[in-house]
Design a protein around this ligand. Sequence first.
Ligand code: PRX
Length: 653
Amino acid sequence: MENIFNPIKSRFKEPLIKNMCEYNELMDKFKGDYEGTWASFADEKIDWFKKYDTILDESNAPFYKWFTGGQMNVAHQCVDRHLDTKKNKAAIIFEGDNGDQQILTYRELAYEVNKTANMFKNKFDVKKGDRVVVYMPMIPEAAVVMLACAKIGAIHSIVFGGFSAEALRDRIIDAEAKLVVTADGAFRKGKPYMLKPVVDKALEEGCECVSKVCIVERNGEDIEWVAGRDYSYNELVKTESSVCAAEPMDSEDPLFLLYTSGSTGKPKGVQHSSAGYILWAQMTMEWVFDIQDNDTYWCTADIGWITGHTYIVYGPLAAGATTVMFEGVPTFPDAGRCWRMVEEYKINQFYTAPTAIRLLHKTGAHEPSKYDLSSLRILGTVGEPIDPPAWKWYYEEVGGSQCSIVDTYWQTETGGHMISPLPAATPIKPACATFPLPGIMAEIIEEDGTPVEIGEKGFMCVTKPWPSMIRTIWNDGERFKKSYFGDCKKDGQPVYFTGDGAMMSEDGYITITGRTDDVINVSGHRMGTAEVEAAVKKHDNVASVAVVGKPHEIKGEGIFAYVVLKSVPSNHNDQTADEFEVMKEINNIIKTEIGAIALCDDIAFVPDLPKTRSGKIMRRILRSIVKGEAITQDTSTLEDPSIVGKIEEIVNR
Ligand code: PRX
């Protein structure tokens, strides 16, 4: 029999959704009056400057609009509106890699946001609608910069600090950013690392849109200053006023862009709205993390990813919570770092990726027992499937079998959680995302909208628009339609397809089975095979390449490349050494083009790729080979059927 874990009720005082009856009632309410129920939450949660006229505008589907005619401001929602009741409450607790600590109360955060917002306006001429690219480490100033953009209506586009200069440049150009905000660098595993030189390199060509760079001092290392372009944040912000009125923003005004990988082409700039996004960020924070006034909440993500946006900055602050920001890595200086922090800050909700859980399990299985972790009430996971052994360790060793685990399924495009247990209500099955959250019409269907049979795999779709959904791909509405509304229909109408497969058990539990497209999930980070392949092809000696995901003990999936070389190394006596050299060169190119997160774990040099007669690469065969699975596909239609055996031999030797 399957294990089911019921919430430990004594750990919860006043959860918003107390049991499955309440969950079902709320879901029924949405089903009975979808728009009206969303409106009642928007009325309750958002501090509107001007009330909206229309709840949902579907006239230009799939470019849905929510709460049109309404005005509000996300920075006001996250900071200013709390000042009456929480001005002295900690908004952000920061812990540096080196153990530095800093606490910003809501009042201090408001001051910093206002000063920074004024600096953006006065010193950098940033106006409503301008794009600001943020390339920063995990320091409080990063959150301040995000909120300062929101305060004046500028659209931020955060680029993860692990991306290379090339990747940063692509994103700057696509967003036509006016300003780049960065830091000299930061600290990682006890050592300084640099960010500003990467910005310098990115701006070397093609970024004429950027006139200024604003640099926060973090690690104090020497950097080059370009006169007339580079300015010190720390110097400029000093003289700014700490009073700044919030720009009234229309509900649909973009709050931010965040680039993410698709199955084809370059990364796409996912555009999120102001009102709908923040509403769901706040609601899920309250429902899924059961945020209570005295809680201290910690999400270990980086602000460069959507999890950092919604569940380090916007969600927690909109909910008036105390959010922990951590600059370092979970295993430095030792595998007890996280648990020491949980004990010290009395963390109530801990939210991380399965990759981190597997790593902490492997490197310090018994570390949790050395600390007092009794403050924990909810443990969260995000970004990739969690495997049952990791789940068990998390539940038993970290949670002491007393915490609810919320396996949250969602995406950059969904803005916030879609499918997740409710911690005080949902009986949990290990490694299962369980049920759609109230208001989310998630359905597992076939392409034509037919619901799939119990236990069968289908397409994970959301069949009604919801407030925090992606609005478009920046500058590319057609790609938006094609990427998300091109595959599945219900009642003849295109519906949002996540790109994931899923299945449902007899009792309605949803398990995500993984991507159905060519996106690889490395350590919970999305990597497009097309992007990696484009980088590999830049190597002079590469004739063709196909990249697939290979199961990886810690990272979930690693990147595996099949490469056909133009000329096979001449010295056949030492072919392996030559191939090793080429592999190093290829990975150097990937590092330059994308960043270290996209490095290939392994490369197989093969004589050719399995192609159909029309030239299409049969990736499914390549995926099966790397997983050691039997080839079930019909290989007789291949241009050269014998290639499969040859590749298998190379991979397995
Ligand atoms: O495949 C799903 C996987 O991560 C993808 C979204 O990646 P990204 O946009 O980078 O956002 C990650 C953080 C929300 C999804 O299409 N994924 C996300 N959460 C889960 C998951 N797979 C299984 N279980 C999850 N809980």
